[in-house]
Design a protein around this ligand. Structure first.
Ligand code: GLV
Ligand code: MN
Ligand code: MN
Length: 609
């Protein structure tokens, strides 16, 4: 819950005091642009601070482009020491820029910042605006600021204008929270826990764009196992009654129901998401769903509260399909769908899944015993970072998932004929790479023709290729997704037909193996209505969107009702990328929404007793 520090004005004051007083109090929220606050205050009363913030974004969205540009132009340049010392910045900007360490720029950094600022304003015609206090309000490092400026210089002017506005709203959010003395303790804790888990990576390399260590934690790597241990300790110290690691590597924390409700077994709500990552992934994909649930249990425990339902928080060990061809290993185990044949699959080093599990101390023989009895569960809830641009562009912190798109995946191999690159005439080649490339382009065209569908060739490998050899072999993957199973199947059929045609015309052989076929998963109406009520309680628009990404929830869907909540991602929601990010304020709202849903379920159980 957002906490309020005494002395500051409250939301109640904003809703009820004379307009001039409120305007004076909110002065400086937007740089030299009082009209934004003034117009927004016509919407009083606001049910929540989050609602006020959203209304502010709407006022600006409804204004014309010239007013938006003037607002951006009213911002001071990010300067560095020399100029911060002079006082042409507002006091708030001075504080923000100093907090971000710009007051301590070296002469070289100062010079670099000046050059970049110059290039930026030349390209866009407005100053570079960045919420330099960052997603956790601790201040971005100078390196982060400079790298962000370089990255944003590559944007188109139209996009960059909107990105500047999103940063302006973030600056206003932090200023508003400060004026109101609001804090987000659970949001900050959850944010910090992500940092803690992100210390463990199997990749030593630096990402060239962020210059931070790549975050990779694939199934049962040392880093992945270290993350599991951290989650186990975190659950134990947060007040869970039982914490175990199961045979497939899931960390499972249980928080018992009220003792008085124990004559039989209390119904259980399962909450969770995954802790494995893609290679060079983001910090929040999956883990946010685990850590938001841990924060809820921590709050219940601190309040010495037990619910009429038991909570089972599952940190799923594998969802990303990085190390082995099979994926959703963890949720499949809980659904009783783990196939023993998967144990013989090998990773790129020839280690079988079975060997990997045994060397991590897991016993594959015990996997069948992990199957859950659906009759004991009320359903599955998953909070997840959106991984797309929708919420970010709508200025909405939270969104309710209507349905998760279905997907199908293949791994493929094309065998042609390796031959001399200098002597083999162009019309006498059996080039495996060219065939795969033609298939990739065909996937792109076909998916574009079905606007709600997507198709990706994410793996592309020429084994032992040489610069002067026509490739005789290529290995690749195909991932195709659509909002319904029918659309997914229609796309897959077209792609497969075309792939066979292309290979036969080029005289190469094609081998395809289906590695995943998972149904689209519409959210359960009742659970979804709980999310609606939670957002209503938070004073947020009840925005609904589909999930393009796959989630543990879509597998749990096979045996129990499920409904997901999305949290806005910064940087236009980029994901499977180290730039994936979300703020402590948005995390707080996610935790608050989840807690509200749990209390609703609790209350509904009370009324049935
Ligand atoms: C998981 O992140 C997926 O959608 O591939
Ligand atoms: Mn992912
Ligand atoms: Mn995920």
């Amino acid at each position: 819950m957002q906490q309020h520090i005494s002395q500051a004005l409250t939301l109640e004051d904003i809703n009820t005091l004379p307009l001039e007083d409120v305007l004076r109090f909110l002065e400086g929220l937007y740089e030299h642009s009082e009209w934004i606050v003034k117009n927004t205050l016509q919407q009083r009363p606001f049910p929540s601070v989050a609602n006020l913030q959203w209304q502010l974004t709407q006022t600006l969205d409804q204004s014309d482009s010239a007013s938006q540009l003037r607002l951006i132009q009213a911002h001071p340049e990010l300067t560095g020491k020399a100029a911060i010392d002079k006082t042409h910045l507002t006091r708030d900007s001075q504080n923000e820029q100093s907090l971000a360490g710009l007051a301590f720029c070296s002469p070289q950094e100062y010079e670099e910042l000046q050059q970049l600022n110059l290039a930026y304003s030349k390209k866009f015609g407005f100053p570079f605006v960045l919420a330099v206090r960052g997603p956790r309000a601790l201040g971005l490092s100078r390196q982060e600021i400079i790298l962000t400026l370089k990255r944003r210089l590559r944007n188109t002017p139209a996009y960059e204008q909107q990105e500047a506005i999103r940063n302006i709203h973030r600056i206003a959010e932090l200023r508003l929270h400060e004026k109101l003395g609001l804090q987000c303790p659970q949001g900050e804790r959850v944010w910090d826990w992500h940092e803690q888990l992100a210390r463990h990576s199997e990749d030593e390399e630096l990402d060239p764009h962020t210059r931070t260590q790549k975050l990779t934690a694939t199934f049962l790597s040392t880093a992945h196992q270290a993350v599991a241990q951290d989650i186990r300790h975190l659950m134990l110290s947060s007040g869970f009654d039982e914490v175990t690691q199961d045979a497939v590597g899931n960390v499972v924390g249980k928080y018992h129901a009220k003792a008085s409700n124990h004559p039989g077994r209390s119904p259980t709500v399962m909450i969770g998401s995954h802790y494995d990552t893609v290679r060079n992934g983001g910090k929040y994909d999956g883990r946010l769903g685990i850590l938001s649930a841990v924060a809820c249990v921590e709050m219940l425990h601190a309040q010495q509260t037990r619910l009429n339902v038991a909570l089972e928080v599952v940190a799923f060990s594998e969802e990303e399909g990085q190390r082995f061809a099979a994926t959703f290993l963890s949720s499949s185990a809980l659904c009783g769908q783990f196939q023993s044949a998967w144990l013989d699959q090998t990773d790129s080093n020839g280690v079988t899944l079975s060997q990997a599990m045994q060397s991590a101390g897991l016993n594959p023989q015990e996997i069948p015993g992990l199957q859950r009895d659906p009759s004991q569960y009320l359903g599955f809830l998953e909070v997840h970072i959106e991984q797309g641009p929708v919420l970010c562009h709508q200025h909405l912190p939270l969104g309710i998932v209507s349905s998760i798109n279905g997907s199908v995946r293949y791994t493929g191999q094309i065998v042609g004929r390796a031959s001399h690159a200098g002597t083999t005439p162009m019309d006498d080649r059996q080039d495996a790479v060219c065939a795969a490339a033609a298939i990739a382009l065909c996937m792109e065209r076909l998916a574009r023709e079905m606007p709600t569908s997507v198709a990706t060739m994410g793996l592309f490998n020429v084994p032992k290729g040489s610069i002067n050899v026509v490739p005789g072999q290529v290995q690749f993957s195909m991932d195709m997704r659509a909002p319904s199973d029918d659309l997914r199947d229609a796309l897959a059929k077209k792609v497969l037909d075309e792939a066979h045609r292309i290979c036969s015309e080029r005289g190469v052989s094609l081998e395809l193996t289906q590695t995943l076929k998972i149904s689209a998963a519409p959210s359960d109406e009742k659970l979804k209505s709980h999310w609606h009520r939670a957002l209503e309680h938070l004073g947020l628009p009840e925005f609904v969107l589909p999930s393009g990404a796959g989630h543990d929830a879509m597998k749990m869907h096979d045996i129990m009702p499920q409904a997901m909540l999305f949290v806005r991602g910064l940087n236009s929601g980029i994901s499977h990328n180290p730039l994936e990010s979300t703020s402590a304020q948005d995390m707080q709202l996610g935790v608050d929404a989840l807690a509200h849903v749990l209390h609703q379920i609790d209350a509904s159980m009370q009324s049935t007793h």
